[in-house]
Design a protein around this ligand. Structure first.
Ligand SMILES: Cc1cc2nc3c(=O)[nH]c(=O)nc-3n(C[C@H](O)[C@H](O)[C@H](O)COP(=O)(O)OP(=O)(O)OC[C@H]3O[C@@H](n4cnc5c(N)ncnc54)[C@H](O)[C@@H]3O)c2cc1C
Length: 484
């Protein structure tokens, strides 16, 4: 009897629980991916940049399956009717999948499961791309954690049982593959938003392409070259010393369990890695915590966890928002970050914090506007990590940065990009600026600007706001809120 394996955010052959189950149950496994109809309530619907990444990931996954002799069926439409129809065509009695945890899809999957079961189809679901099921991690009162440190301590104390399910060495061609091969309306899932022409330089024309193998090669490269010093180097964007695994993790092209397993393996061989590995794993922990928060607090993307923030008098200044999006704020580290995002679909974590703080605490814009812009332009856009991080920076989330922590973009630049290499890479009009003024060109004397060929207000903007004044205003606004 054949079985359907419905893939969603688990585009991998290695360490895939639902796939393991399917293969144990039957030698005739139908791999199925569905481009689901979008719905306005579904905030997890992919943004443009992450669709770009998905189209590549799916293509390489399809090839991996075909290389093993199997088939990946790709459909578009309502998942329930597609699952029902594929089950009929293939005479499958069972459908299995790995779970998703965002509120919209939790509800949707429950409904699909119930309806299929009512039709007599067996449905099996398994832990998705997280380390632990969110309902397994609760505090002593049996309630969800709201603070990261005790949450992560609790996770680490759990018995981490990694069961490495190996990739299959061969697969059987799906019995409906031939029918699909001749279908004129095969789903065209190539996707290239108009600004994505440079994405390939970072994600494809490198030793690590957008594939399951690429994810593993990135992990190996990172563990060999960067993890040892991760704690010291991870905040310096010019060094490119982080793993860049985020888009792969988002699509489940590598599992967090596998990453944890490899880190522990390395640790058991050489304790010199301890500091770097624990620091790196705590970032994997933040990913886990974000997904956990979204599961337990489903309105995380739309509503502040600290409800006093509901009355925050956000301002709406379209020209400021536009300057922020285009990297034309006159604050070089902010501009470099926003341009990196536009050019590469990715931004370094430290710079994400700086640009988010600038939008919220210098331009007084609602964090949800920034969240939606990031969601459309990041190849790693992830509803949980994105909304939890934006809430964290705004100070309204779980375990958030304290309200009086207002990043000074100039000092942040000086501290984390001391030579200005990162800025010069993305803001070429400042490439001749001496280091002393690279973080605040508006302070440079006329002669220096002239020598560096920078005409403020023309070639590079004056700062659009005065940070000192904004900081004062932000502190007042946040203080007033807390008094409420
Ligand atoms: C405003 C803002 C928005 C963000 N939006 C997203 C998003 O949409 N998708 C996303 O994956 N990450 C998001 N992050 C978290 C973080 O910036 C990225 O995960 C990280 O920069 C990815 O680079 P990396 O893979 O090299 O990370 P590494 O430093 O190598 O970390 C390893 C992995 O840990 C996870 N991780 C690291 N930092 C965080 C964090 N602070 N929160 C949650 N997970 C983390 C990621 O999966 C990452 O791949 C956001 C952070 C901020 C401040």
């Amino acid at each position: 009897m054949s079985i359907i394996f419905w893939l969603r955010q688990d585009l991998r052959l290695l360490d895939n629980t639902a796939l393991q189950y399917a293969r144990q149950k039957s030698s005739d496994v139908h791999f199925l991916y569905i481009f689901e109809e979008t719905h306005e309530d579904d905030l997890s619907t992919k943004g443009a940049a992450s669709q770009w990444f998905l189209s590549r990931a799916l293509r390489s996954f399809q090839k991996n399956i075909e290389d093993l002799g199997g088939t990946l069926l790709i459909e578009k439409g309502d998942p329930l009717s597609i699952l029902d129809s594929v089950a009929k065509k293939t005479r499958s009695q069972t459908i299995c999948w790995n779970r998703r945890y965002d509120p919209y899809n939790v509800r949707k999957d429950q409904k699909i499961k119930q309806t299929l079961q009512e039709k007599g189809i067996e449905v099996k679901s398994f832990k998705g791309s997280v380390l632990f099921e969110p309902w397994e991690i609760l505090n002593q009162k049996g309630e969800p954690f709201k603070v990261f440190t005790p949450f992560w301590r609790h996770c680490l104390a759990k018995n981490f049982a990694y069961t490495p399910y190996l990739s299959p060495s061969s697969l059987k061609k799906s019995s409906i593959a031939l029918h699909h091969a001749h279908k004129k309306d095969a789903v065209d899932f190539s996707y290239d938003p108009f600004w994505s022409k440079n994405f390939s330089k970072v994600w494809e024309d490198t030793p690590f392409n957008v594939s399951e193998q690429g994810a593993h090669e990135r992990l190996d490269f990172f563990l060999q070259n960067h993890v040892k010093d991760y704690q010291k180097t991870r905040d310096f964007p010019a060094l490119e010393s982080t793993s860049k695994l985020s888009p792969y993790l988002h699509l489940g092209m590598i599992s967090p369990d596998f990453i944890m397993h490899r880190c522990y393996q390395l640790l058991s061989i050489d304790s010199a890695y301890a500091e770097g590995i624990h620091c790196f794993l705590s970032e994997i922990g933040w990913r886990e915590f974000s997904s956990y928060l979204l599961y337990h607090y489903p309105d995380l993307p739309t509503s502040p966890l600290r409800k006093e923030f509901l009355s925050m008098p956000w301002e709406d200044n379209p020209s400021f928002f536009d300057a922020w999006k285009k990297g034309q704020t006159g604050y070089p580290i902010v501009d470099a970050g926003m341009r990196q995002l536009w050019q590469e679909g990715w931004m370094h974590n430290r710079v994400r914090m700086i640009v988010a703080s600038f939008l919220i605490k210098d331009l007084f814009m609602d964090w949800r506007k920034g969240e939606r812009w990031f969601f459309d332009t990041l190849v790693d856009a992830d509803l949980a990590s994105n909304s939890a991080s934006w809430q964290w920076v705004a100070g309204c989330g779980a375990d958030a940065a304290p309200y009086f922590r207002v990043f000074n973009p100039t000092l942040q630049g000086e501290k984390f990009d001391p030579e200005g290499h990162y800025i010069k890479r993305y803001v070429p009009e400042l490439s001749l600026m001496p280091v002393r003024f690279i973080h605040d060109p508006s302070k440079a004397p006329h002669s220096i600007l002239q020598k560096a060929s920078v005409v403020l207000g023309k070639k590079y903007p004056y700062p659009i706001v005065d940070h000192k004044m904004c900081r004062q205003k932000a502190l007042e606004m946040f203080k007033n809120l807390r008094g409420k």
